[in-house]
Design a protein around this ligand. Structure first.
Ligand SMILES: *Cc1c(COP(=O)(O)O)cnc(C)c1O
Length: 398
């Protein structure tokens, strides 16, 4: 019985390999950080990490580890329940309040991941009478969330406000409209034009949803995300985000915004109702993260300094860098094979990055995505830039 299916899977896997698209996972044998050790065919290698979402360097932060340990000792390992049956402790409520305070919103609901927050967002709120107008480059989890909802779907090209306006006009036929956008688009690092989106939403009577996964902790002078950048604190109705990137680098997601929306999600959002609570230690570390981010601005300042430092020097070296307002620096190489060769040579130089190519980015748009972190030292940045220059010359890119 399994034989036919097995043959089919093996053939399909071979096709992925033949196309050069098979994803191999590299194994890290230290904590996640700006400097790590990886297992290689010939043993171990020390590398500088430029491809983690560890924007504020908190993935291995001593205060977070301490907070998690303390809460595991005092509140146990796990909740063995969903939130509404018996999976809510005081720590979960405190974290929800802290997230609301951070974004200037009315209420917050926690999920096991932002993938779940987005997956469970639209279906409880909208019906076939309504519309979702979605940016073409939105994250897979938003796309899946939209698919699970019966609302009529509209799509506008990335950040294109003329197109958004056209879609909003078409969507006047529907009862309610939600505009859905990433805050920072992860492949280019560009920020959504939230000021213009918000104005169009006002004019065409729409609700705005923004996913702050790559922007919370990163964008804005104090790292409060795109709503800070555009001076829209407390104005956007729905914000989703993750505890897995700048906010500590572990797991967990949230939706924060208008209180009626959050109340409805607690009643009807399927990944919330039918999936386990995050462990108390994760909630406690989340609380500590927000405390660290709000007691002073040193991590955010360092991240912004490091990002400017790296990008300025990469441009001066002659690299083609996508316009970015985040901690993502897309080094454009265009050719898929070149992006793989470039990344492999960088690893030989002790620089850990990943080359991205179709279908992760459009055909002919291959690149290396560098992610900067507050944890990078000047010395690590300089080593990274020097390696890029060396390999760039070798491969005739600069
Ligand atoms: C990473 C990411 C997610 C998923 O976050 P998890 O908490 O890891 O599930 C969702 N949306 C965007 C825009 C992301 O970048």
């Amino acid at each position: 019985m399994y034989q036919d299916f097995q043959n089919h899977l093996n053939a399909e896997l071979q096709q992925i390999r033949d196309a050069g698209l098979y994803k191999n996972e590299r194994v890290i044998i230290t904590p996640q950080s700006s400097g790590i050790r990886v297992a290689t065919a010939s043993g171990e290698a020390e590398v500088i990490n430029f491809c983690a979402n560890n924007y504020l360097g908190l993935a291995n932060n001593a205060e977070l580890i301490e907070a998690a340990k303390e809460r595991m000792d005092s509140r146990g390992y796990g909740m063995a329940s969903v939130r509404f049956i018996c999976g809510t402790q005081d720590t979960h409520k405190q974290l929800e309040q802290a997230i609301s305070d951070f974004f200037g919103t009315e209420d917050t609901i926690l999920y096991a991941a932002c993938f779940d927050a987005n997956g469970g967002l639209f279906e409880p709120l909208l019906t076939e009478e309504d519309a979702i107008i979605s940016d073409a480059l939105n994250h897979a989890s938003i796309i899946d969330g939209v698919r699970l909802c019966k609302a009529v779907r509209y799509r506008y090209s990335n950040g294109d406000m003329e197109d958004l306006e056209k879609q909003l006009q078409a969507a006047q036929k529907q009862r309610f409209r939600i505009i859905a956008t990433d805050g920072v688009f992860s492949m280019d690092g560009n920020v959504c034009p939230l000021d213009k989106i918000y104005r169009l939403a006002q004019r065409y009577n729409a609700v705005v949803m923004v996913d702050e996964s790559h922007s919370a902790g990163v964008v804005g002078k104090t790292g409060h995300g795109v709503t800070e950048l555009y001076d829209l604190r407390g104005k956007v109705e729905i914000i989703t985000g993750t505890l897995g990137k700048a906010f500590g680098g572990s797991v967990g997601g949230f939706t924060t915004g208008r209180k009626e929306i959050i109340q409805m999600l607690r009643q009807r959002s399927r990944p919330y109702l039918f999936s386990n609570s995050i462990p108390p230690m994760i909630a406690a570390a989340g609380l500590k993260t927000l405390e660290i981010l709000t007691r002073d601005n040193s991590l955010q300042d360092r991240l912004h300094e490091n990002t400017d430092y790296f990008i300025t020097r990469m441009k001066a070296a002659g690299f083609d860098i996508k316009p970015t307002q985040s901690a993502i620096c897309a080094v454009m190489l265009y050719d898929a094979r070149l992006s793989q060769d470039f990344a492999a040579k960088l690893q030989d130089e002790g620089i850990y990055v990943t080359g991205f190519y179709y279908p992760v980015v459009p055909k002919g748009q291959a690149r290396i995505r560098v992610q900067l972190s507050a944890a990078h030292t000047k010395e690590q940045l300089d080593k990274g830039i020097a390696a890029f220059r060396k390999v760039g010359k070798e491969l005739n890119v600069i």
